[in-house]
Design a protein around this ligand. Structure first.
Ligand SMILES: *Cc1c(COP(=O)(O)O)cnc(C)c1O
Length: 427
């Protein structure tokens, strides 16, 4: 079934470290060979062996309209025909920025970059530049891209000076990263007692990188209050949740407002785009208006902007899409839960808009440590493997969220639940 992928994987490993350009793609946490993809068709992925999968990954979030959406495709092709990059301003950038400014009451200006990593890295530099302070507060289990000061290991749950979680990151570069437990207000307070040099809190308000673990409303409120009381800025990393959890991401669901917001994924509709956005006062510190330097040769790339623009316009014109996506997400995870329970298996599920998560656990985890402690990773690996064989492509780790695209139908979800029932019998 996977002959060509197995061969392609071996060949890739000869010339690309681990055979992949982003580690999660190697399926290390579930085992087996990652299918090499030939193409996407709406809700489906088709691999080079000709296997077809219902895709609940959607490129890790960007493809809210599924693969090969005709409007996005058309915009990309017609824009590409005018030239791929100019390194000079285009009106497409203004148009996409305007869409975001119109959606968010706390945003006046947007700067585009080419990835979520870049967006967060730049947002943190800006927060440090604006406040003149050095420390940043980050939560265990939140992922903010792979820049040096954010690659800090999930630690003991105590407020502690972060240790780098990768060789190649000097401890000197992470000593300003203070690590706290997600959803733990006491822990966060202690962090602010320990340091008077905190420039910002960076948080995924709806964490999707330890499975789906939303922050409690009280916790976000505490983040806001502690920032205000200590002259720090609050950054919502909405690279995943932006235009996914709702049209305005977490901002459409919780009442806490951030000072700086980062975007990625859906904002580029599958093209490499990131962005960070804030008030005109804060963004005024950014070069060339201000002194905080930030730049990019391909930033605001016209083809990428065109894709993002069509995507956001479509979402804005059809805001009811989020209710429909959420109904489908609920149908999926509630269905999975029923068949799990029927087979004597504990499953914890949650959704936010088009994002969903399920944990093979008897109790709902609220932070990274609990995800690690509560979940049966072996069971997840087996589930994942068997579902792939039946044509259902879920994220290859218990630490990842799942995504519904508009092209995924109720019938497809019914088929998935039926397949999951058969698989759960063998777990
Ligand atoms: C994916 C992700 C990033 C990193 O984005 P890249 O485009 O992979 O660099 C940052 N923050 C969050 C919350 C993400 O989900």
């Amino acid at each position: 079934m996977f002959e060509k992928s197995i061969k392609a994987y071996e060949e890739a490993k000869e010339v690309i470290p681990g055979g992949v350009d982003s580690p999660v793609r190697a399926f290390k946490s579930v085992g087996g060979t990652p299918p090499f993809i030939d193409r996407g068709e709406g809700a489906y992925l088709i691999d080079i062996d000709g296997n077809k999968y219902l895709d609940f990954v959607q490129s890790w979030g960007p493809l809210i309209f599924g693969h090969c959406d005709s409007d996005i495709e058309e915009a990309v092709i017609s824009t590409a025909k005018k030239g791929l990059s100019f390194g000079a301003p285009t009106v497409l950038e203004t148009q996409l920025a305007q869409e975001i400014v119109d959606m968010y009451e706390n945003v006046d200006k947007v700067r585009f970059v080419s990835s979520g990593t870049e967006a967060v890295m730049s947002a943190i530099r800006l927060a440090r530049g604006v406040t003149g302070k050095n420390d940043i507060v980050k939560f265990e289990g939140c992922y903010h891209g792979h820049s040096d000061s954010l690659l800090v290991q999930a630690g003991s749950g105590m407020a502690t000076f972060g240790a780098p979680s990768s060789p190649g990151v000097p401890a000197d570069l992470t000593k300003h990263t203070l690590l706290c437990e997600y959803n733990n207000i006491e822990n966060l307070k202690k962090c602010f007692e320990d340091s008077n040099d905190i420039s910002c809190i960076i948080i995924e308000p709806i964490a999707g990188n330890m499975g789906l673990v939303p922050a409690s409303l009280e916790f976000l409120k505490a983040c806001r209050e502690l920032c205000d009381a200590n002259g720090a800025l609050l950054i919502f990393d909405e690279v995943m949740s932006g235009f996914r959890a709702s049209l305005t991401g977490a901002h459409g669901i919780v009442d806490t407002k951030a000072d700086i917001i980062t975007f990625g994924k859906v904002i580029g509709a599958g093209m490499p785009v990131g962005a960070f956005a804030s008030s005109k006062e804060i963004m005024g510190h950014l070069s060339p208006d201000g002194a905080v330097y930030q730049a990019g040769t391909l930033s605001g790339n016209p083809v990428a902007m065109a894709a993002g623009l069509v995507s956001l316009k479509k979402l804005k014109a059809n805001p009811e899409v989020y209710d429909k996506l959420n109904e489908k997400a609920k149908k999926l995870v509630n269905g999975l839960k029923v068949v799990a329970v029927n087979n004597g298996i504990g499953l914890q599920v949650d959704t936010r808009g088009s994002m969903f998560g399920f944990f093979f656990a008897d109790e709902m985890p609220r932070n990274f440590q609990e995800v690690t402690d509560f979940c049966n990773f072996e069971r997840f690996a087996k589930f994942h493997h068997e579902m792939i064989k039946k044509g259902f492509y879920f994220a290859c780790s218990q630490y990842e969220a799942g995504f519904i695209a508009t092209v995924i139908t109720d019938e497809m979800i019914d088929e998935c639940i039926k397949a999951a029932d058969e698989v759960m019998k063998s777990l």
